[in-house]
Ligand binder design. Structure first.
Ligand code: FB9
Length: 504
């Protein structure tokens, strides 16, 4: 919508045209004391209302003095300055004359000589430059001054214009303007342009008396509001793609609430382990107890914890069913891996090798800081097959991280209650140019696998990492609260580039 000031200007232009046959927009700008661009804008706004005026495009060529040209107009031409530097009696050595004549002395000297203002007296030693005429007229300065006073419209001969442009005293400007005259629909006021054709206009036939704003097919479309995937979900997609192309199947992780049995006991994590304390784990009050557990399997787990078995001494404590039945928010997706491995061990048709992965939320009652919240997404890979070794785990980790653009891995012995051996995984991150911890891994213990009923020659290797850490590194986010939570800037989500984990 045009502003009031723009309406005033359009009306002023129309009123001006009423009293004259035609007018150049440049002259209007001078007359109104308004920038020429504003006059052209008002002209275009009038044109949008119909054929109130005709506008013929004009190109004005005008000459404008350069900085050098302004200096010559003020101080005289280079040749006049050289002439003035020669004493009117006697003479001056050429080298001394050029040294005194400033940065354009050479040009000024050659022009003064070609004008016949000076001559070289060789009858003396050293030869001297002398004046040939007693007075000169500095036409260059005169013409540039005239041009300056005439606002670029003065008449100069073509050879002079060419010479002065070559000497960079002048530059040629071309200014586009419009010759305005009354159009077939001329009026001194603008009728409001309708922007919508309504049912009412059609029904009453009123549309025939109205003027409609022309469609602007060059206008850019409004960028539609659209959804945008959160960076975490983009990174999750990348990880999911990597697992799928490595032949892994995704585990069903749609249960945040888990029984302590699957989250800890099935994983051979003893009931007095500190991680099972309310300081580290969120227990559920309602319902506090889990549903049915597989009775025979529970008994085997109880035995392996309390008195051992399968070659293990166990932990030698009195295992409590009630403790295993406590509901909690799962602290790792390895709880889901335990359920899946139990199903694999007891599937109709018997065990078959398998590769599983999961990427989902886990919850820990931990101290919060810039990189840790009470919940995060765990990424986990699990492979079950006959005769798997630590070497298979290391090879699989190299393949997995290579797809993330990481080629330098190092492993450090670690401890997990459910894997032996266990390894912390470190990588040299080219983007950060330093070694960083990228996860944990290990070979599931027999005390975990055999009570499930898996064949004795089957081993299971697994590893885990988080989704938030790689995402924060990828998107250059230092505080996890800028990535997830109520304070996230949705602009970060909207502007976040696509995720290419294999590109640093
Ligand atoms: O993700 C982690 N770091 C990481 C991962 C990827 C990355 O960028 C990719 C290269 C492109 C950058 C960093 N970590 C594990 C290491 C640290 O961030 C650590 O401080 C935080 N850890 C979490 C747990 O902390 C409470 C990350 C999370 C983690 C740790 C271990 C496991 C899963 C997640 C596991 C496991 C496991 C072990 C054996 C068998 C099955 C699962």
């Amino acid at each position: 919508m045009a502003s009031q000031m723009e309406f005033d200007l359009t009306e002023r232009i129309l009123l001006h045209l009423e009293s004259c046959e035609e007018v150049d927009t440049l002259h209007l700008a001078q007359q109104f004391g308004i920038e020429h661009q504003k006059i052209v804008g008002a002209m275009k706004s009038i044109q949008a209302h119909g054929e109130l005026l005709k506008a013929e495009a004009l190109t004005h060529k005008s000459l404008q003095l350069t900085d050098e040209g302004q200096s010559v107009a003020l101080h005289g031409s280079h040749e006049a300055i050289i002439y003035a530097a020669v004493p009117d009696e006697g003479g001056i050595a050429q080298a001394d004359l050029l040294a005194s004549g400033g940065c354009n002395a050479k040009l000024g000297f050659s022009k003064a000589m070609s004008q016949g203002w000076l001559w070289l007296d060789k009858s003396v030693q050293p030869p001297l430059i002398r004046r040939r005429v007693a007075n000169i007229v500095d036409h260059v300065q005169e013409q540039l001054l005239q041009l300056q006073l005439a606002g670029g419209e003065a008449q100069l001969s073509a050879p002079d214009v060419t010479d002065y442009k070559k000497r960079k005293l002048l530059q040629e400007l071309s200014i586009k303007s419009f010759r305005l005259s009354k159009g077939p629909e001329f009026a001194t006021t603008l009728t409001k342009l309708e922007t919508d054709l309504t049912m009412d206009m059609l029904a009453t036939g009123q549309w025939q008396q109205l003027k409609f704003k022309a469609y602007n097919f060059d206008a850019l479309g409004a960028s539609p509001m659209r959804g945008q995937l959160h960076p975490l979900l983009k990174v999750r997609t990348e990880f999911r793609q990597i697992f799928l192309e490595m032949g892994f199947s995704e585990m069903a992780t749609n249960n945040y609430v888990e029984a302590s049995f699957w989250n800890f006991d099935a994983l051979f994590q003893p009931q007095q382990h500190p991680a099972r304390d309310a300081h580290d784990t969120f227990f559920i009050k309602q319902p506090a107890q889990c549903g049915e557990l597989p009775e025979d399997y529970v008994r085997r787990v109880q035995t392996v914890h309390s008195v051992g078995g399968y070659g293990s001494l166990g932990y030698g404590y009195e295992w409590q069913l009630a403790e295993a039945q406590k509901n909690l928010l799962r602290t790792h997706t390895t709880a889901v891996s335990a359920r899946i491995l139990f199903q694999l061990a007891n599937r109709a048709g018997g065990f078959k090798p398998a590769k599983y992965f999961s990427i989902d939320k886990v919850f820990r009652n931990e101290t919060l800081d810039a990189t840790h919240l009470a919940e995060f997404h765990q990424v986990e890979g699990v492979i079950a097959d006959v005769g798997l070794t630590l070497g298979d785990l290391i090879g699989t980790l190299h393949e997995f991280f290579c797809k993330l653009g990481i080629t330098r891995l190092e492993f450090k012995p670690a401890y997990n209650p459910y894997t032996e051996p266990s390894m912390e995984i470190f990588c040299y991150h080219p983007g950060l140019a330093k070694w960083i911890e990228v996860g944990n891994s290990g070979v599931f213990r027999p005390e975990l696998l055999l009570p499930m009923g898996l064949p004795k020659d089957v081993n299971v290797i697994a590893w885990g990492l988080s989704l938030e850490r790689p995402t924060m590194i990828k998107y250059g986010i230092n505080n996890i609260r800028d990535l997830v939570g109520p304070k996230v800037d949705l602009k970060m989500v909207e502007d976040g580039p696509i995720c290419r984990l294999d590109h640093v």
